[in-house]
Design a protein around this ligand. Structure first.
Ligand code: TMP
Length: 209
């Protein structure tokens, strides 16, 4: 189903990995180079998906079942992909998405220990079969990432234990190993400008520039 014209780029990483900074830097470069893009995020991106995001991240909802959590992330993705991402790709835009379904395998699959085959089935359904063209994983030791976010108002997922976030990190690395043609792993301990340059070089080659 990857026959749509645009290019679909996703960013993944643990909390505090610096991926949102990299998303902003990439989009700034698109602005400078006059490249048509859509910048979005998960969970979120559309009115309905942002409403689901506020339920998912609300730290008061401590009693949320892992099953509920999985289905809400998937519900948000179905709306977001169908309403925003696929039309933008059909328009020929470069879509940059801060997190996508690999986060579900990492957080709900590895960390919450939900069934991977179920996640496979749900993922195919809610992405309409669209796979990202390239995924940038900003990898970083969990202790460094969690130290970076201290002092913020932590959301429901950020408040999880170090062990939980270790499982998330290991799963991202394992997916990257299994999908080397889609994944590009960057060292999140390097400075932001050098990470950005590596990402933009890769994106330029994808765009054939
Ligand atoms: P963000 O803070 O990077 O915007 O992501 C929101 C949180 O949601 C983050 O803790 C990761 C989590 N998440 C999942 O658990 N599963 C998912 O499928 C997605 C997209 C995010």
């Amino acid at each position: 189903m990857n026959d749509l014209k645009g290019i679909f780029i996703t960013f993944e990483g643990i909390e505090g990995s610096g991926k949102s900074t990299q998303v902003r830097m990439l989009v700034d470069a698109f602005e400078k180079h006059g490249i048509a893009y859509l910048c979005t995020r998960e969970p979120g991106g559309t009115e309905i998906s942002e409403a689901i995001r506020s339920i998912l991240l609300n730290p008061q909802f401590e009693s949320m079942k892992p099953e509920t959590e999985l289905l809400l992330y998937c519900a948000s993705r179905a709306q977001h992909t169908g309403e925003l991402i696929l039309p933008a790709l059909a328009d020929g835009k470069v879509v940059v998405c801060d997190r996508y379904y690999d986060s579900t395998y990492a957080y709900q699959g590895a960390a919450r220990e939900l069934d991977e085959e179920l996640i496979d089935t749900l993922t195919k359904f809610v992405t309409y079969g669209r796979v990202p063209d390239i995924t940038f994983l900003i990898d970083l030791p969990v202790e460094i990432g969690l130290a970076r976010i201290q002092g913020r108002n932590l959301d429901r997922l950020e408040k999880e234990t170090t062990e939980f976030h270790q499982r998330v990190r290991q799963q991202f690395l394992s997916i990257a190993n299994k999908c080397p043609s889609r994944y590009f792993v960057l060292n999140g301990s390097e400075d932001a400008v050098s990470i950005h340059q590596q990402i933009f070089t890769m994106v330029q080659s994808l765009l054939g520039e």
